[in-house]
Design a protein around this ligand. Structure first.
Ligand code: AMP
Length: 434
């Protein structure tokens, strides 16, 4: 299949060529014809599958084919995303793919001043990308008119539900016309997502890209066994010895992310951390520096890294394994994307052997262990329960679970790492202000 066979306008094919894309990804090949036909769509696709172009290209095509009615510009396409980072990225994609078309796009999200957004909205927008909370703030203040929306996209709908946005989504849907095209993208199809689709989609086409929980074959996965106290030194050595220049490192806690970034900096490695306690500006700046190559290492928590898309990211490091095995697949999905090979490296201490086992069970394969004799684990060190300090302050059952006192006993590796959510809430629930 070639892009030229999809019936896209020449201006769009030009942008696709500008990007160097040769063939549509599977999700694009399936989704583009459905969207072009005007039908609703339910798509099961994770980040990294090319889903953004999968909806953006045909949407632009439909806009280009049906010029707007005379009068002031009205928002014709509304794309809702769970996080600010994803919103910014999607809007960047809209700009990229729409570079040869006359449409105006805008991204709005919380955590920054409303005034520039208000002026931008007033000046007229065709395609609006937004996080639900900030969009509703604008709607309440009558800064935004959604009565002309022809296409509504719910991107990463499962994340939006996990983050407690269901009521916000319903409120937004009440503001857009009933007669519209609705596209729902989700990495998973839980019962909740099915209910959402049954409520808001009409006779949708269904497309699915990659099976859930299958790690991309383009990602080489390795484990280094190391003692918990020596992980930082090992990471520094790996980065320096191997000359890694763009590494996304995952820690389990915000506190851990900060500590690690500091230690790397002290070792002369350009590093920064992103997590929910950082201001939006600091996060945007860190991400931009990382993308441009100014920063060699970005340390992130799972939530902060959600949806981050970095072209050709060569290395992902699990400084700590995630508590939930599925998060491992999400994490390593940051590398090895759309045809570029990447490596995912996990530093695993004795506390995490159970987590590693859970991950391997999910992947249905063993991850290769690399021997690094200098860092060979000390067999006398016993497993301890995993501490979740910075998450422990949060009530309501955040994804990281509650804090546990240290001082574990031998023979009980990572009891907090059963892969189950902490009591009192789903591991996917969490605050929206992450
Ligand atoms: P997404 O899943 O939308 O986050 O896209 C993942 C990455 O794949 C992005 O960096 C895109 O630029 C890239 N991409 C999207 N479509 C294609 C394609 N047809 N060929 C090569 N790369 C692509």
């Amino acid at each position: 299949m070639k892009f030229t066979e999809l019936g896209l306008a020449p201006e769009i094919l030009r942008s696709v060529a500008d990007q160097g894309y040769e063939t549509p990804t599977p999700i694009q090949a399936q989704a583009i014809p459905v969207v072009l036909s005007g039908r609703d769509l339910m798509a099961c696709a994770q980040t990294g599958t090319g889903k953004t172009a999968g909806f953006t290209l045909p949407i632009l095509n439909r806009l280009a084919g049906a010029p707007r009615v005379a009068g002031p510009r009205k928002i014709r396409v509304l794309i809702l995303t769970p996080t600010r980072e994803l919103a910014a990225q999607v809007e960047e994609s809209v700009r990229t793919y729409g570079a040869h078309l006359p449409f105006k796009s805008l991204v709005i999200f919380g955590g920054v001043s409303m005034n520039p957004q208000i002026s931008a909205l007033r000046s007229g927008v065709d395609i609006l990308v937004a996080t639900p909370g900030r969009l509703l703030d604008h709607a309440q203040q009558r800064n935004v008119d959604l009565s002309g929306v022809e296409t509504l996209v719910l991107d990463e709908a499962d994340r939006m539900l996990d983050m407690g946005f269901i009521h916000d989504i319903k409120r937004v849907i009440a503001l857009v016309p009933k007669k519209r095209q609705t596209l729902l993208f989700s990495a998973t199809f839980s019962d909740e997502i099915k209910t959402l689709a049954a409520t808001f989609l009409t006779d949708p086409g269904y497309v699915e890209s990659e099976k859930r929980n299958t790690a991309s074959e383009l990602v080489k996965q390795y484990v280094y066994r190391v003692d918990r106290e020596r992980k930082k030194d090992l990471l520094i050595d790996l980065i320096k010895d191997k000359g890694w220049y763009q590494v996304l490192v995952f820690t389990r806690t915000k506190w851990g992310a900060n500590g690690l970034a500091d230690k790397l900096l002290k070792a002369g490695i350009e590093a920064d951390a992103i997590h929910g306690n950082k201001s939006q500006n600091a996060r945007t700046r860190a991400l931009a520096n990382f993308k441009s190559g100014k920063l060699h290492v970005l340390v992130a928590t799972d939530i902060a890294a959600r949806g981050i898309d970095i072209n050709e990211l060569p290395h992902v490091v699990n400084f700590e394994l995630p508590n939930v095995a599925e998060d491992y697949v999400h994490r390593i999905g940051r590398t090895g994307r759309a045809g570029v090979e990447g490596a995912a490296v996990s530093l695993v201490c004795v506390d995490e052997l159970k987590l590693l086992h859970d991950i391997e069970r999910l992947l249905k394969k063993q991850i290769d262990v690399i021997d690094y004799p200098e860092y060979a684990p000390d067999p006398s060190i016993r497993a301890e329960p995993i501490l979740m300090r910075s998450a422990g302050a949060r009530s309501g059952g955040g994804r990281s679970g509650s804090g546990r006192p240290g001082g574990g006993r031998s023979g009980s590796p990572s009891r907090s790492g059963s892969g189950k959510p902490p009591a009192g809430g789903s591991h996917r629930s969490g605050t929206r202000h992450h």
